[in-house]
Design a protein around this ligand. Structure first.
Ligand SMILES: *Cc1c(COP(=O)(O)O)cnc(C)c1O
Length: 422
């Protein structure tokens, strides 16, 4: 097929994320990727400003990650996890428990599924303790936790998909969104309101679920670690579990290995995904404390078991990706990207259609006043040799950690060019 035929067939038969079919903006055909560059079918090379949605932190075709998959493929690509175990799963669990301090690991297929598992853990925990009325979750507005029904029910009720599925979703408790700004002084009024919201629902709440410090797809929004500490204290005071959804924030993206570390908070349950496999394959994890596992196990065991649980290929590449991350000077790399984004995105603040410019770790965001024309903004970036995927009022980037300063500068120029289209 020629590239044009490829796109035509795609438009005829394939769904894309959150899209109509055919897609409103035809997709760009990509033929390969290496380092931080995507190669399009027409030969153009684009610097990847998206890390394939937070995932490809080491870039593409990294020799170490390629080798991990090849080696594992020579032994077995998959085997059921019911009644069997294998070295790739054990090795990955060892790394994850060491890094998070959470000793029990459930390996599943995707971030959304890990959120479903985390919610089940929390509900089964309360049930096993005889607190059968505690079936709801508390979260803050503006969050994003995935697209499956359990996860969707804790996404932002306005910007999420609640309006489409309202009658089919369990109703959880939404506190207002923490005040904006990573470095903002904690607002006593907000903290008091948060405490009141928890207190007025204590008897029916099983857990609190939040994205620590950075809300991703719900708005690329940063808030002070002080609010995370406050949620930890409220959870402890009222017998709730704290679920940290680190699927976007995990593995160094925010400048700490995990978002929770900004507040030195330890969650009871943690969800990991996206960058866990270095962006190679789909795998996620729901981890929990000894205590949660003990109670859930005493109640009869955790009721989840995906067909592709603990897939050996994904587990092998995850371990390789985590080892590679720990060997690299990732803190310095992320700090370098942060500095280059800060200076590179600053000109956007002067543009008439721009509402806010913010940077934290290897995440850069330009928020516009009106919704972005995705096709137009994306084309402006592509014309600058950069791949971006703006949505709603957000033009943002989270480059692979291996991106050179020159390439980060070009990404920032492309973000500014995209913001000029608004
Ligand atoms: C992407 C994301 C999810 C969902 O992960 P999938 O692998 O797309 O199912 C959940 N929570 C957060 C914070 C995410 O960024």
């Amino acid at each position: 097929m020629t590239p044009d035929e490829l796109v035509a067939f795609d438009q005829e038969h394939l769904w894309h994320p959150y899209a109509t079919t055919p897609s409103a903006v035809p997709p760009y055909p990509v033929v390969s990727a290496s380092g931080v560059r995507l190669t399009l079918a027409d030969g153009r090379e684009l610097i990847d400003g998206m890390s394939s949605w937070w995932a490809a932190i080491h870039g593409y075709r990294h020799p170490r990650l390629d080798a991990a998959i090849h080696d594992q493929l020579g032994r077995m690509s998959h085997v059921m996890f019911g009644g069997l175990t294998h070295a790739p799963a054990v090795e990955l669990a060892g790394l994850l428990t060491e890094l998070t301090g959470l000793p029990k690991v459930f390996l599943c297929d995707s971030g959304s599924v890990s959120v479903e598992v985390a919610i089940k853990m929390a509900l089964q925990y309360q049930q096993a303790l005889g607190r059968t009325r505690r079936r709801r979750l508390l979260t803050v507005r503006g969050g994003y936790h995935g697209d499956t029904f359990g996860a969707m029910a804790v996404c932002d009720p306005v910007n999420g998909m609640h309006h489409l599925f309202a009658e089919a979703l369990p109703r959880h408790v939404f506190a207002s969104r923490p005040p904006a700004g990573y470095g903002a002084e904690p607002d006593p009024g907000y903290l008091a309101e948060l405490a009141r919201t928890v207190e007025s629902h204590t008897d029916e709440l099983a857990a609190i679920i939040v994205e620590p410090v950075v809300q991703g797809a719900g708005g690329m929004y940063f808030y002070s670690p002080a609010y995370l500490s406050a949620l930890r204290e409220l959870a402890d005071a009222h017998g709730l579990l704290l679920i940290a959804d680190e699927i976007a924030t995990g593995f160094g993206r925010t400048g700490e290995l995990f978002g929770c570390e900004h507040a030195r908070v330890k969650p009871d349950i943690m969800c990991l995904g996206k960058a866990m496999t270095g962006g190679y394959l789909t795998m996620a994890a729901a981890l929990c404390t000894e205590r949660v596992a003990e109670v859930v196990s005493a109640g009869g065991g955790l009721m989840h078991g995906p067909t592709f649980m603990a897939n050996p290929l994904a587990a092998a590449v995850s371990s390789a990706s985590i080892r590679l991350l720990l060997e690299r000077p990732w803190r310095r790399e992320v700090a370098g990207i942060e500095a280059a984004l800060r200076s590179g995105l600053a000109p956007a603040a002067e543009l008439p259609g721009v509402a806010d410019v913010r940077v934290l770790g290897a995440i850069g965001v330009v928020e516009t006043q009106a919704p972005v024309d995705v096709g137009l903004a994306q084309k402006a970036a592509v014309d600058h040799g950069v791949w971006l995927r703006p949505f709603n009022r957000l033009i943002y980037t989270m480059p692979p950690f291996i991106t050179s300063t020159d390439d980060v500068v070009r990404i920032a120029e492309a973000v500014v060019a995209a913001a000029r289209t608004v």
